[in-house]
Design a protein around this ligand. Structure first.
Ligand code: ZN
Length: 437
């Protein structure tokens, strides 16, 4: 059995870290190989400084069980790398260090590398050739089984449409669908295109104005790290909070991410989590294409274009429904909740909204302006709510100004954590519950 097959018996999610500007093809080759074998893989090109590496640790998706680091002696400062490895290890990750046979320039480097080597789970030498490096993997050195990933089916190819055809329903008439050439057709004759492997299952004939959608929803706009450092931080905090909620329960059998958006911040945890089935979709083909491109696990997730108000699935499919920052965009959010309940197997639901009663309107295309009470009243008609958490206690308005100073960062850390206990006064509200059957 080869190294990857052995690894996948213990963990099926991995991160691959490559030194930026010093790519040696190893990390990219490894990334491709792991993905091809069905692992969920997070890939990152990382700068050499403490700040860059700290950011890489921060951005690691919460379900990542194993981190591969392509070590380049003249690039990564060993000390920042040691700190990063320690932080990954404290977060329960297992680290694989990959390096070339090239000698070290300075004795100090050699010594520091020796420290690093002792911190990692396994060291692979011979990175000029991928086969050589993987061949050097000692069979007994394997990570402990990861809690989130352990329940996933180990081997998975790309997600073919045929796998979910039985579950799909026409969004116009709810009849079953069949493949007919490049289209999905129902018994009433409603035709739905499949574009780029992505079924477009919308209730009306919606004009796919891709350019307009792309202009209206640029990738990663709201949580962009450079221009919105505060919102970026808030997004990570929310992601990690949801990941913690998910870890408390067994790995779900079938999950759906309703309104996956265009990139991977939340996606990595909710979209890719279903053990047997993971589905993610949004209203625009362009958003879904972006999401698939940014995904850690494109082969594990079925991507579709759908409307939250007419989900193209039969009754009782999912046991985890995740819907983050979507309901405020809908003119009929109660229809979306009814659809989520219909397609759920009386399963768990994690719903989040921006609390615009506290912040004021955040985006012009928010049709609903939810406050905490209104949102609770709405969701309690469909869900037995188990817990409600907040993110970021809204004390200071200029969230993006905070990470720019040390004192601001400390305050932000406090507000982020305090929000949890004061959801009614927080920027985001997370509801965790179960659909009433
Ligand atoms: Zn139909």
């Amino acid at each position: 059995m080869d190294a990857i097959a052995r690894l996948m018996t213990r963990a099926v999610s991995a991160g691959v870290i490559e030194p930026r500007e010093r790519p040696q093809h190893f990390a990219r080759g490894l990334h491709e190989l792991l993905q091809k074998r069905g692992m969920a893989v997070y890939f990152s090109s990382v700068g050499a400084s403490h700040v860059d590496l700290a950011q890489a640790v921060r951005e690691t998706p919460p379900d990542t069980a194993v981190i591969f680091i392509q070590y380049a002696p003249a690039w990564f400062g060993v000390l920042p790398l040691i700190v990063a490895v320690l932080r990954w290890r404290l977060a329960g990750r297992w680290v694989v260090l990959c390096r070339t046979r090239a000698p070290f320039d300075r004795p100090k480097q050699r010594l520091a590398y020796e420290v690093l080597r002792r911190l990692v789970g396994v060291e692979l030498v011979g990175t000029e050739s991928l086969e050589e490096a993987l061949g050097s993997w000692p069979p007994e050195r394997l990570p402990p089984a990861h809690r989130l990933a352990a329940g996933w089916r180990a081997e998975r190819g790309p997600a073919p449409l045929a796998e979910i055809l039985d579950l799909l329903r026409c969004p116009r008439c709810r009849a079953a669908l069949a493949m007919e050439g490049p289209e999905l057709v129902c018994s009433e004759g409603h035709r739905h295109p499949v574009v780029d492997g992505i079924p477009v299952l919308l209730p009306e004939r919606v004009d796919l104005e891709l350019d307009r959608h792309a202009a209206e929803h640029p990738a990663g706009d709201a949580y962009d790290a450079a221009s919105h450092p505060g919102w970026h931080e808030l997004g990570f905090h929310k992601r990690d909070l949801v990941a913690r909620l998910l870890r408390r329960a067994p790995v779900p059998r079938a999950s759906i991410d309703v309104g996956c958006g265009d990139w991977g911040l939340h996606h990595g945890i909710a979209g890719s989590i279903g053990r047997d089935l993971a589905v993610a979709g949004d209203i625009s083909l362009d958003l879904v294409r972006h999401a698939r491109g940014a995904s850690t696990a494109p082969g594990r997730i079925h991507y579709l274009v759908f409307s939250a108000e007419a989900l193209p699935f039969r009754e009782g499919v999912f046991d985890l429904t995740y819907c983050s920052e979507v309901l405020e965009h809908l003119s009929r959010p109660e229809e979306a909740l009814a659809e989520m309940r219909r397609t759920s197997d009386a399963g768990r639901a994690i719903l989040t909204i921006p609390n615009e009663a506290v912040t004021g309107k955040l985006e012009k295309d928010h049709v609903q302006t939810f406050g905490y009470e209104a949102f609770q009243a709405l969701v309690r008609r469909y869900l037995a709510v188990r817990r409600t958490l907040g993110v970021y206690l809204f004390v200071e308005q200029d969230i993006d100004a905070l990470p720019r100073t040390l004192w601001g960062r400390l305050r932000m850390a406090l507000y982020l954590r305090a929000g949890r206990f004061f959801p009614a006064r927080s920027v985001n509200v997370i509801v965790d519950g179960r659909f009433r059957s």
